[in-house]
Write a protein that binds this ligand. Structure first.
Ligand SMILES: [Zn+2]
Length: 353
């Protein structure tokens, strides 16, 4: 069995379906995939939870794939499937990891993500620092927009034809059924089983249904960024802009994406000292550690800051997170950079401690 193909069709079908057990048991495609998984679990003794009915099948979808007892560690590794992949968050939606997994295996996702890489390369070749910052900032601040707003930013920043066209390619028409926008990331909400959910897991937890009416999408706004732009530019960009304004509020000068991102995400200047900062957003500290160790020779900024913002709910756990990462870096003998929380970084710049 090709596990990847199986998972992709499973995610695709579940995405389309209302995740209601009664409706699901009538869904032919899902039934087929469910049966396939059930027979596989019968031939595998290590499976503790047999998906013998639709409820157990849905329960299994909420467990990490490595713990399904159906696919071995080696099989998963060979196919490049993370052991901790869960398909559903709960009964209401596809998990964020499953969404990433699906999008990453899908070539149109790569194509759209490539757009922003191309913009960076283009701006580096033509030395368009200000244009690059405006381009990126516009996307982050306008996950929902209109043709008129796009034209305005193109004119204001005197974008050349390449940047004009590329900015337009980042947007798509908002589907008719989308009525509200997410209070956290600003993208369109999807209605599922009578609840409104955002594509991003942490946004869902932050959700306030009562004030939803205040987030009705204005009629004039008919465009939204494509999903890969949401995931690769908007969501990581929100904490960067939040932190930048937090620093500016205490009198620190901030430059975004210094030297076209060659020197990190932010350059903070205070009392004529410069601080080049790279911001990272990994929900699991172990993933950040592996990234930092792997990239240690390429990391030039001494300050790595873990983002804290409304797009993640890490705030209370940050001190522990930072401690664990720095301990691992110390053990590896890495001394040319360190991880800081946002508040630690702010204190370091203003007070030197
Ligand atoms: Zn959201």
């Amino acid at each position: 069995m090709d596990i990847k193909v199986f998972l992709l069709s499973l995610i695709e079908q579940l995405k389309k379906a209302e995740l209601d057990p009664i409706q699901l048991s009538d869904n032919k495609e899902i039934k087929k995939l469910h049966n396939e998984l059930y027979f596989l679990s019968l031939t595998n003794n290590s499976s503790k939870l047999h998906p013998n009915n639709i409820q157990n099948f849905l329960l299994l979808m909420q467990k990490e794939i490595g713990r399904w007892g159906i696919f071995s560690k080696i099989e998963l590794e060979e196919e490049g499937i993370p052991e901790d992949l869960t398909i559903l968050d709960d009964y209401i939606g596809i998990s964020e990891e499953a969404d990433y997994f699906y999008a990453n295996c899908n070539s149109s996702f790569d194509e759209v993500s490539q757009i922003i890489e191309d913009v960076l390369i283009y701006c580096r070749n033509t030395q368009l620092q200000n244009e690059y910052v405006s381009f990126r900032k516009f996307l982050i601040k306008n996950p929902i927009s209109s043709r008129r707003d796009i034209t305005r930013v193109q004119i204001q920043n005197q974008f050349d034809p390449f940047l004009c066209q590329t900015l337009e390619k980042c947007y798509e028409e908002i589907p008719k059924e989308a009525e509200y926008s997410c209070q956290t990331c600003g993208w369109t909400l999807i209605k599922k089983a009578n609840r409104y959910v955002c594509g991003k897991k942490t946004c869902r937890e932050d959700f306030n249904l009562q004030s939803l009416t205040q987030n009705k999408i204005e009629i004039s706004k008919h465009l939204r960024v494509k999903k890969p732009i949401l995931l690769s530019v908007v969501i990581p960009g929100i904490p960067e802009l939040d932190f930048a304004s937090e620093l500016e509020n205490v009198g620190i000068d901030v430059e975004l994406y210094p030297n076209l991102e060659r020197l990190g995400d932010l350059k903070a200047t205070y009392n004529s000292s410069n601080y080049y900062i790279d911001m990272k957003d990994y929900s699991d500290y172990r993933d950040l550690v592996s990234y930092l160790i792997e990239e240690k020779n390429r990391i030039k900024t001494p300050y790595i800051v873990i983002s804290e913002s409304k797009t993640n709910l890490r705030k209370n756990r940050t001190p522990q997170y930072v401690k664990k990462v720095n301990k691992k870096l110390e053990d590896e003998g890495i001394t040319h950079f360190k991880l800081y929380s946002c508040s630690e970084m702010k204190n370091l710049i203003t007070k030197g401690v």
